[in-house]
Design a protein around this ligand. Sequence first.
Ligand SMILES: Cc1ncc(COP(=O)(O)O)c(C=O)c1O
Length: 369
Amino acid sequence: MYKKIHLDTPNIGALEKRYLNNAVDAGFVSTVGPFVTEFEESFAKYLGVKKSVSTQSGTAAMHIALHELGISQGDEVIVPVLTFVATVNPIIYVGAKPIFVDVDRRTWNIEPREIEKSITEKTKAIIPVHLYGNPCDMNEIMRIARKHNLYVIEDATESLGAKYHDKHTGTFGDLGCFSFNGNKVITTGGGGMVVGDNKARLGHIKFLVNQAKHALKEGHHPEIGFNYRMTNIEAALGLAQMNRLSDFLRRKKRFRSIYREELKNVEGIGFQEEYEGAESPWWLNCIYLKKAIDINIVQTGLKELGIPARRVFMPLIELPPYKRYGKGDFYNARNIYEKSLCLPSSTVNSEEDIKFVCRHIKKLLKSEL
Ligand SMILES: Cc1ncc(COP(=O)(O)O)c(C=O)c1O
């Protein structure tokens, strides 16, 4: 075998080790310590938002965001059907109902026209997901949200570094949520962030994630809170990763160019496309196979060569907990699922690794078509 190729392995180096050692040496391994605040401030500054609150995961960030906006029993929340299950589970946690809509054939993101068709008097919020890093059509989504007085919670968990008309994803809606799971653009091992410009709202989230602990009165908890705090150790990792983010994004951009360049003339291959004005960090590069070919054969063929490739998310209405919510045929989501693969995109890969992947995709397709 050539060498190990990485789909989404985290890139951890000397800086991370140094910051982690600082945290351990200071004895601040849990929620006390300076790194949490430093990480939150660095994150807010990078995005250009007023405040960021760190959490234990992207899922926790989504949950606390829905809770903070008062979404609850009887409310409807519009979500794309093509996403990771963690976008939608928090809607169930707060007792609301997910309303699934299909995605755009080209960008794989929630289709604004479908959003508008799905609005009822019970609709309270829209959750656009910037799938695999690719920014949604935020101008149109925000226009619809304002027209119908709906909240927007951006699932920006996969899209750190993405911009839409020069503005970062996660900063358009009422609240934006990020994930620092091990496979994301940056990692804290596991963690998340809620961001926004409404300081009072974010301040309340900061209070809620800390068991709703009163700042002055000891032992006093005026509301039901959550233990969703990030630890100092996780934030140490996060701050080091933030310092390396521009380098990660540069490498990802280069990988994206190699994939597009090497595979552009290959018959039968298409890519997830961007909206005008969108700039994806290409958290994962994905291809779409236009020909009638079994995607599992391509995936297995690549795996045998040591190249990890992952199927795109299964449309959520196929999963047992969400089957009963499935109204409509969701043609685009099903079609993308049947024909697409996510390719090695980790920044621990070299440019040669990505070229190696391209060469083998070409060979495989030639023999299978
Ligand atoms: C689209 C999407 N939403 C939500 C999440 C949840 O993030 P986490 O794994 O940090 O809980 C993830 C990542 O896992 C994701 O890919």
